[in-house]
Structure formats: C-alpha cells, structure tokens
Design a protein around this ligand. Structure first.
Ligand code: IGP
Length: 258
C-alpha cells in the first residue's frame, strides 16, 4: 500500500463523520479572486501554508497562520494554498477559514478530496479553489467532483503526475493543471516532471500549467517558469524561509534575467 492509498483510505473513513454539512450556495467569484485570470500574466506563485508533511515531518508546526498569509499576500502571491488535512499534514479547516477571512487573493483548499461533502466544507470555509488529484480518484468520481465544484463556482486545480494523467485532465477541460514534481506514491521529487509535462502541454492557452513541489531555490523557480509553467506552488521553502516575502518577490520579478 502506498502512502497515497493510505491517506485516501483514512480520508474516506474521516469524511463519514462530515455527512450532513449544509450544501452551499452557488455564487462565482469576481476576477481578482480567479487564479486562472491572475496566472495569465505568467510567473505566479501559489504560496502554501504547510505545518508538516508525511515526507518531511514537522516543518513549522506552530506557524502563525494569519501572519504567514499576510506576508504571502503583501509579496504578491497569486493565491494562497492551505493544507487542511489534519492527520498527515497537521492542517485544518480552521486554518483555511482564518486565511480566507483575512486576504483578498484566491485561496486553495489543499486536501485529498474524495467526496462532495468536502467541497461544501471547503467553500463554507472560504476556499475559492479546490484540488482534485487524478491518481487518487476513479475517472467517474473525478468527473463528478469536478462538475460539482464548478457548479458551486469554485475553480479546480487538477493534479497530475504523468502524461496519461495529463490526458485525463485535458479531457476534463481543466483550466488549472498542476504537475506534482513529487510522486505521491514514492515521495521521489524531480523537476523534470515539469519539463516532461510542459513538453506535451497544449499551447492553445486554454489550460495553464502549474509546477508543484520541490521548488526551493530561485533557480528551481526559473527552471519551472522557463519550461512553460505559468505558476509554481511552493510550500516548504516558504515555510522555512526567514523572508518568504522577498523570496516571492524575487522569483516573480520580471526584471530579473531568468
Ligand atoms: O512543500 P513543497 O515541496 O514546496 O510542496 C508544496 C505542494 O506542492 C505540496 O504540498 C503538494 C502538492 N500536491 C499535494 C497534494 C496533497 C498534499 C500536498 C501536496
């Protein structure tokens, strides 16, 4: 059993206790709250709040979530991602709610979604984007959850890891496609995942590529952008940085020759 299988099994158990959460209203978000729009100019950073992870253990377990979110927003993050899984990532819906109340940029609910009740909870807490992981879902479930989120006015980041999964994401019509440089089954990280997917990514402009995980240095960020990513999703590097704001500003600055 891989770690992904283990997390998904735990999640399916956990959500049984959620049943009965109220379904939310349908209302879209204005332009400034749409990540796809914010990424059209390229070089966006989706800055993540990540207290811990199964591959790294505790990263910054007692982070001041509100303070961190403010730093990200002030530095011009395209969106803020909040890990809400409690068991493996030590996050919470309360973290997300805190962030969503405070900032006026899109907020991504970073969790392992296997049921529409989680989408309702994410939206109730103030998320404007949810994550769906292709490797964690059957095709039919994926389609169902994707349409459900869209019907609720949420954006969906569809996470893939290889070319087969890229095809699945494209067939769904996903506007935001994230290639995870970390294999969730083996934890192996390679930025070449981004290069490979970018090499097969349609350049119609309908879909945007986001490079996720394992981006630590400014040269990692440049590598991903130069290969064709419109955005990068960065967690650990920002959580550990003494100046996360400067990190974001420097990788998004268009003046720097990259
Ligand atoms: O901390 P990193 O290596 O910068 O990675 C951030 C983000 O990509 C990672 O947290 C992530 C990507 N996809 C996920 C799915 C579930 C949980 C976590 C993730």
């Amino acid at each position: 059993m891989t770690i992904l299988d283990e997390i998904i099994a735990a999640k399916r158990k956990e959500i049984k206790e959620y049943q009965g959460v109220e379904s939310t209203s349908v209302n879209g978000f204005p332009g400034k709250f749409r990540l796809a729009e914010r990424l059209r100019d390229g070089r966006g950073v989706i800055a993540e709040i990540k207290r811990a992870s199964p591959s790294k253990g505790n990263i910054r377990i007692d982070v001041d979530v509100a303070e961190q979110a403010k730093i990200y927003e002030r530095a011009g993050a395209a969106a803020i991602s909040v890990l809400t899984d409690e068991l493996y990532f030590k996050g919470s819906m309360a973290d997300l709610e805190k962030v969503a109340r405070l900032v006026s940029v899109p907020v991504l609910c970073k969790d392992f979604i296997v049921d529409s009740v989680q989408i309702d909870r994410a939206k109730n807490a103030g998320a404007t984007i949810i994550l769906l992981i292709v490797a964690a879902l059957e095709q039919r479930e994926l389609e169902k959850l994707y349409s459900y989120a869209q019907a609720k006015g949420l954006e969906v980041l569809v996470e893939i890891h290889d070319r087969e999964e890229l095809d699945v994401a494209l067939k769904l019509g996903a506007e935001l496609i994230g290639v995870n440089n970390r294999n969730l089954k083996t934890f192996e990280v390679s930025l070449e995942r981004t290069a490979e997917i970018a090499g097969h990514f349609p350049d119609s402009g309908d879909s945007l590529l986001i490079s996720e995980s394992g981006i630590f240095s400014e040269s990692d960020a440049s590598y991903a952008f130069n290969k064709g990513a419109s955005g990068i999703l960065v967690g650990e590097a920002l959580m550990r940085s003494a100046d996360a704001g400067a990190w974001i500003e420097s990788v998004t600055s268009s003046e720097v020759e990259k």
